[in-house]
Write a protein that binds this ligand. Structure first.
Ligand code: DGY
Length: 419
């Protein structure tokens, strides 16, 4: 058996090994529940060898949807003392014990891809999911956009890029007074040098305690927001997700006019994140209006969002040339670059897949293929880790990671190539 077939088999074994029955954990130990965007990637991975199981994954995710449309970022299906903060800290009362915030809405885009693998079998399942996706996207449009129509995060965990330097300024303005004692569980699984700091965690937990105090009532929370940052991740991913939702709604004969209006608003919001001197789309503090000049890998989701954005290509090329394994989560020339610490420098294979998808769609096939090849090399040589040092490829974070296995099967592996 070839090395590539070995890797394909290993990737499938990771997905089935992380399967807890209808949902998949991102990795054993560190993340023992169902995470929102991890699950959408998992479904994509399953769709390469078990389409029905792929649908199960997203249906289980939507079984946790709140009555206001929000789909939580974590569903706590079964108690697990190995994770903090668990359901008792969040204090939410949705249909399934959950967190009170959401996560990047990649689900619609992966659901479209799953459906396209077998339209006939997926038709009824798609019909049931489209209105739920629309309710979730409406929740973002109602509660997470700013006055310039970019999509904002109100907790760093909502972005999925927890400790990205993008919100350092907004986070430092929070005084986590009264947060009390708590015990982090992540450091029992992963080296502290690869994880967010205690200063970050105090604020993460303080924000959770505040949401709980306000009963997770969006109107009450919006009255006086301690953190609201317009985020390229959220803006480009929701823009893309709305385009995919529109295509699915049209095909099954559901109305698209509301989605069309969302797309127009988000195109304006995306444009509002352009930062001239950085030649990239960057985060903006929606409370004080200040815009970051630091470039992250989320900046390069612009093409995935459907923008042509030719002026961002030179920045992408510059940053890619500075590392062995792109795309680093933060500019190696930025003042806060750290090649090991989570979203402050490491390369994330699943984000690479989204960036490469956008590059290919906007006519930059060479760059897309180069990124696929370097991501494949990283995984083939080091394994299915959560993230990697972009300078030398050293693995970091959790091992046998679901979304790394999923994007291997659906994109990075030579066997995933369609040509
Ligand atoms: C964690 O616990 O590190 C997660 O990123 C929160 O979603």
């Amino acid at each position: 058996m070839s090395r590539q077939q070995d890797r394909d088999n290993e990737a499938r074994a990771i997905l089935t090994g992380n399967d807890r029955g209808g949902y998949t954990v991102p990795t054993d130990g560190l993340y023992p529940y169902q995470w929102n965007w991890d699950s959408a990637f998992a479904a994509f991975g399953f769709s390469t060898f078990d389409v029905s199981r792929a649908w199960d994954e997203v249906e289980t995710l939507f079984s946790g949807q709140w009555s206001n449309g929000m789909v939580p970022h974590i569903l706590f299906h079964k108690p697990d003392p190995g994770y903090f903060p668990g359901p008792d800290v969040w204090g939410c009362d949705g249909p399934i014990p959950s967190s009170g915030i959401s996560q990047p809405p990649v689900a619609a885009s992966f659901i479209r891809r799953i459906w396209e693998t077998d339209r006939a079998t997926g038709h009824a399942r798609l019909q049931a999911l489209v209105p739920k996706l629309a309710d979730w996207h409406r929740w973002f449009m109602d509660w997470r956009t700013d006055d310039q129509d970019a999509v904002c995060v109100t907790h760093p965990w909502e972005s999925g890029r927890d400790n990205a330097p993008d919100w350092d300024g907004a986070m430092s303005a929070i005084d986590p007074d009264g947060v009390g004692d708590y015990q982090r569980r992540d450091l029992g699984h992963v080296d502290a040098a690869m994880r967010p700091t205690k200063e970050d965690y105090d604020r993460y937990i303080w924000l959770v305690q505040r949401g709980r105090r306000l009963g997770w009532d969006e109107a009450a929370m919006a009255r006086d927001v301690p953190l609201k940052v317009a985020d390229p991740t959220m803006t480009f991913i929701l823009l893309r997700a709305n385009r995919d939702l529109r295509a699915m709604a049209e095909e099954i004969g559901q109305s698209t006019s509301e989605i069309d209006a969302w797309i127009r608003r988000l195109e304006a919001g995306a444009a509002s994140l352009w930062h001239e001197s950085s030649a990239a789309f960057t985060a903006r503090d929606a409370v004080d209006g200040g815009q970051e000049d630091d470039v992250s890998n989320a900046s390069f989701l612009c093409w995935y969002g459907g923008l042509a954005a030719p002026e961002a290509l030179a920045t992408y090329d510059r940053i890619s040339e500075e590392v062995t394994y792109g795309v680093p989560s933060y500019d190696p020339h930025g003042p806060d670059f750290n090649p090991r610490r989570y979203w402050r420098g490491p390369t994330w294979p699943m984000l690479n897949m989204l960036i490469a998808t956008g590059l290919a769609e906007q006519g930059h096939a060479d760059r897309a293929e180069a990124l696929r090849e370097s991501t494949a090399k990283l995984i083939a040589e080091h394994g299915f880790w959560e993230y990697f040092n972009p300078l030398d490829g050293t693995p970091a974070g959790g091992k046998r990671f679901t979304w790394t296995a999923a994007i291997w099967l659906g994109w990075a592996s030579p066997s995933a190539r369609k040509d």
